[in-house]
Design a protein around this ligand. Structure first.
Ligand code: NOJ
Ligand code: CA
Length: 683
C-alpha cells in the first residue's frame, strides 16, 4: 500500500530561482525507472506543468486552470501550501483482460494549493509517474467557503513539443450525436481540429497518447487547437445553462493521462489507464464471463433481413434457434438477438422502443429456454435511439425481464441524434447515465456491451461487468457506406484501442457479399453506395482481427452460411480464446502493420494476429516468447500467395508445422491482408 514520505528528495524538489525578488517553485515526480517525468512550476500566471520522457520534452510548459460559471478563474495565481509525496508498488489481478497480472508501480506528489484570487479556495493537484506514462488530476476538498463547484470549462493545456505526427479523429461536438465512428487522420499536430481522445503522437523514437482515466460524474474531455497549432487545449462536452460540470465538494476530477513509450509496443503493453482506476467493486464475479458470440445482426446491416417484423424479419424464434444450434456446435458461447422487441418501425422517428414486448413471431421465453438447454448465452439488446428518459423509466423492468429468462449479457445502443433537451452526448449528464446503466446491470448480474457509448476510461477495472463497447467505426460501416480502408485496423490498436476493449465485430468471410449481392441489389436497386459496399480486407485478415483487436466479447459477425462455406478457416474462430494471460507485441508501425501474440488465460497455447494496410509484407516472426520446454504445433491461416484485398480477397492457405521457442516463422501478408496463427502445446 501507500507509504507516505515527507518530502522525498528523489521525487520532488523545490528549486527557488531568485530573479527580481521572485521565487519560482518547481516540483517534479519521476517514474520508478526514471524515464517518465512530470514537472510543475508555480509561475506568476499560475501552475504550469511539463512532461519528459528521458531527456526528451513531450509537453512544454502548459497552463492548468478552471473557469467557473460566474466568470471567476481558479488557477491564475496560486500559492503552494504543502507538498506530500508517496509511492506504490503492487500487483493486482484482472477479472478478465489482455494480461492477467498488472504491476502498479508509481510515484505520486500531491501539491496543496490556494487560489490567490476569488474564490480563495484550496485545491490539490495530484500527479503520478509510472514507467508507462504520467497523469494528474485535481482534488477539491471540503472547505467552509465552497459547497458546490459549477465549472464552465477546464483549461488544461497540452503544449505539444515540436510538430510530431499525430493520429486523431474528429470530435466535433455539434456533429449529430458523435459516437466516435470516424476514420482516423494522420497529420502533423498543427493540422488538428477538435479531436477525440485517445490521441496518439509520434516523434522520432518517442510516442505519447493523451486520454483520461476514471471519467466519473464529469464531462468528457476533447482537445481543440489553441493559437499556435501545437498548443492543444482541453474542451469539456457541453452541459445545461453553460455549466459543463457541477459537483459538490469533496470531489476528484478524472485523471488527465499521458501514456509514454519509446516504441509502438510500449503503447500497447501499457496499463496506465487501468492502474488509475479504482479496484474491482463486484464481489462475486463468477457470472462475468468473456465470450465469443454470433448473432442475428449482419443480415440486418446488409439489409437482407429487417429489425422490424415483416416478410424479412430476422429475429424469429426459428432463426434464433438456428443460431443457437450453430453456436452450440462451434464453441461459440453467445448469440445476440436484435430486433425481437416491438417498436423498430419508430427507430430514428420517435424511437418508441418497447423493451418488454416481443413481435408476434418471436417467443423470448421459448428461445431463452432453448438456449439454456444447449448451454448457450443469449445476448439481449436495448436500442434506445438515445431517448434516455424513456430508457431510464423502463430499465429496471427491462433488466428484470432478461434476468428472469437467464440472460446475463445485454448490448445497449444509443443510435440517434442528440435531443435538444438532453445536452451533449458526452456531457456530465450522459456520462452519469452510462455509469448508472453499468452499476444497475451489476446489481442484476448483467454484462454490458455498449454501442454508441461514452468512451472507455478504464472503468472495467472497477466494474468488470462493463465488458466491451463500440465507440469506433466498426464493421457495420462496411455494409452500408464506403466502409473502412485497409489501414483502419492497423491504426485502431494504437488509438481507440488504448482506451480499452473494442466491439469491432470482425470475422466477415464473404468480404465481397457475393452470397447476398443479388438480394441486396434487388432491395436497394437505387443505392449506388450499397451496391459497391464490401469489406476492404482479405479473409485471413478477418481472422487476425480476433487477436489484434482486443475484446472480451468478440463477435464472429458473418452469416452462418458463410462460415459453413469456409469451414476450414472457421476453425480458427472455434479455437481462439477471448481472455488472456499475457500480451506481447511482435512488430508494429502505426497505420502500417501490427503483429501481436497473446497467451490463453490459464493455458499454454498462444495465438498470433498479424495485419497490414494496403502494402504486402513478409515478416520473420521470432517465437522467443514460447516456453523453452514445450514443443508446439502451429496452424497458420494466411493469405494465399496470389491473394490481394482488392482483387483476390478470399484466397487463403492453411498450413501446419512444429515450432519451438527461438524458431523464426516467415509469413507473407497480402496487400490488405493478414495471418492468424494458433500455437498449441503438444502434450
Ligand atoms: C448501431 C449499432 O452499432 C449496431 O450494432 C446495431 O445493430 C444498430 N445500431 C441497431 O441497434
Ligand atoms: Ca454504431
Amino acid at each position: 500500500m501507500f507509504k507516505i514520505f515527507s518530502l522525498l528528495i528523489s521525487l520532488s524538489f523545490i528549486l527557488m530561482l531568485f530573479s527580481c525578488h521572485q521565487a519560482v517553485e518547481m516540483h517534479a515526480v519521476t517514474s520508478p525507472d526514471g524515464k517518465s517525468k512530470i514537472t510543475f512550476t508555480n509561475t506568476s500566471s499560475g501552475m504550469r506543468y511539463e512532461v519528459h520522457r528521458d531527456l526528451f520534452e513531450i509537453i512544454t510548459p502548459s497552463d492548468l486552470s478552471f473557469e467557473l460559471i460566474d466568470g471567476s478563474i481558479i488557477g491564475k495565481r496560486v500559492s503552494i501550501i504543502d507538498v506530500e509525496a508517496s509511492s506504490s508498488d503492487e500487483e493486482w489481478e484482472q477479472v478478465w483482460g489482455e494480461k492477467r497480472f498488472i504491476q502498479d508501480q508509481h510515484n505520486e506528489i500531491r501539491i496543496k494549493l490556494k487560489n490567490e484570487e476569488d474564490p480563495k479556495i484550496e485545491y490539490h493537484l495530484v500527479a503520478r509517474a509510472y514507467n508507462d506514462g504520467v497523469a494528474f488530476r485535481f482534488h477539491f476538498p471540503e472547505q467552509d467557503i465552497l459547497s458546490t463547484l459549477q465549472i464552465a470549462d477546464e483549461h488544461t493545456h497540452f503544449n505539444i513539443s515540436g510538430n510530431p505526427d499525430v493520429w486523431w479523429n474528429d470530435g466535433y461536438l455539434k456533429n449529430i450525436a458523435d459516437p466516435y465512428e470516424k476514420i482516423f487522420q494522420n497529420t502533423k499536430v498543427d493540422k488538428i481540429d477538435y479531436a477525440n481522445t485517445p490521441i496518439t503522437f509520434e516523434w522520432e523514437g518517442k510516442f505519447a497518447a493523451i486520454h483520461e482515466a476514471n471519467l466519473t460524474d464529469y464531462s468528457e474531455m476533447k482537445l481543440k487547437p489553441g493559437k499556435s497549432g501545437n498548443d492543444l487545449r482541453s474542451f469539456l462536452a457541453e452541459g445545461p445553462n453553460g455549466i459543463k460540470v457541477e459537483r459538490k465538494v469533496p470531489f476528484d476530477t478524472p485523471w488527465r493521462t499521458i501514456q509514454l513509450a519509446d516504441n509502438e509496443a510500449g503503447l500497447i503493453e501499457n496499463y496506465l489507464i487501468l492502474n488509475l482506476n479504482e479496484p474491482n467493486q463486484i464481489e462475486d464475479v463468477s457470472w462475468i464471463q468473456p465470450m465469443k458470440y454470433i448473432g442475428i445482426w449482419w443480415s440486418l446491416h446488409l439489409g437482407i433481413e429487417t429489425w422490424m417484423a415483416g416478410d424479412r424479419h430476422g429475429a424469429t424464434t426459428e432463426n434464433a434457434k438456428r443460431y443457437i444450434d450453430f453456436a452450440a456446435a462451434n464453441n461459440i458461447q453467445g448469440v445476440l438477438i436484435e430486433g425481437w422487441n416491438a417498436g423498430w418501425e419508430t427507430w430514428l422517428d420517435g424511437d418508441e422502443f418497447n423493451f418488454l414486448d416481443a413481435y408476434d413471431d418471436f417467443d423470448l421465453e421459448e428461445v431463452a429456454t432453448y438456449a439454456k438447454s444447449k448451454g448457450v448465452d443469449i445476448i439481449g439488446h436495448h436500442e434506445t435511439g438515445d431517448d434516455i428518459p424513456r430508457y431510464e423509466n423502463e430499465i429496471r423492468e427491462a433488466f428484470e425481464l432478461y434476468r428472469k429468462n437467464g440472460i446475463r449479457a445485454i448490448k445497449t445502443g444509443y443510435a440517434g441524434p442528440t435531443r435538444p433537451d438532453q445536452y451533449d452526448k458526452h456531457g456530465q449528464w450522459k456520462v452519469n447515465h452510462y455509469r448508472m446503466v453499468e452499476e444497475l446491470a451489476a446489481e442484476y448480474g448483467i454484462m454490458i456491451d455498449a454501442h454508441e457509448p461514452i468512451k472507455d476510461t478504464g472503468l472495467r477495472r472497477t466494474l468488470p461487468n462493463s465488458m466491451t463497447r463500440e465507440g469506433v467505426r466498426g464493421m457495420e460501416w462496411n455494409a452500408w457506406s464506403d466502409g473502412n480502408p485497409p489501414s483502419h485496423t492497423v491504426i485502431l490498436p494504437f488509438t481507440r484501442g488504448l482506451s480499452g476493449p473494442i466491439d469491432y465485430t470482425p470475422g466477415i468471410f464473404d468480404v465481397l457479399f457475393e452470397n447476398s449481392r443479388d438480394e441486396m441489389n434487388e432491395i436497394f436497386s437505387d443505392d449506388e453506395v450499397r451496391k459497391n459496399a464490401r469489406v476492404h480486407t482479405t479473409i485471413a485478415k478477418q481472422l487476425a482481427l480476433f487477436v489484434t483487436l482486443y475484446s472480451p466479447m468478440q463477435m464472429a459477425a458473418d452469416l452462418i452460411e458463410n462460415y459453413e462455406q469456409y469451414d476450414d478457416a472457421f476453425q480458427f474462430i472455434r479455437d481462439v480464446p477471448v481472455d488472456w494471460e499475457d500480451t506481447k507485441v511482435i512488430n508494429a508501425k502505426i497505420g502500417q502493420y501490427y503483429t501481436v501474440a497473446r497467451q490463453e488465460r490459464g493455458g499454454k497455447d498462444w495465438f498470433i494476429g498479424s495485419t497490414t494496410n494496403e502494402e504486402e509484407r513478409v515478416f520473420d516472426l521470432n517465437m522467443d516468447f514460447l516456453d523453452e520446454n514445450i514443443t508446439y504445433k502451429a496452424t497458420i491461416y494466411r493469405d494465399a500467395d496470389d491473394a490481394n484485398w482488392e482483387t483476390n480477397p478470399t484466397a487463403y492457405t492453411i498450413e501446419e508445422r512444429e515450432v519451438k521457442s527461438g524458431d523464426v516463422l516467415e509469413i507473407k501478408l497480402a496487400a490488405g491482408g493478414g495471418a492468424a496463427i494458433a500455437i498449441k502445446a503438444i502434450e
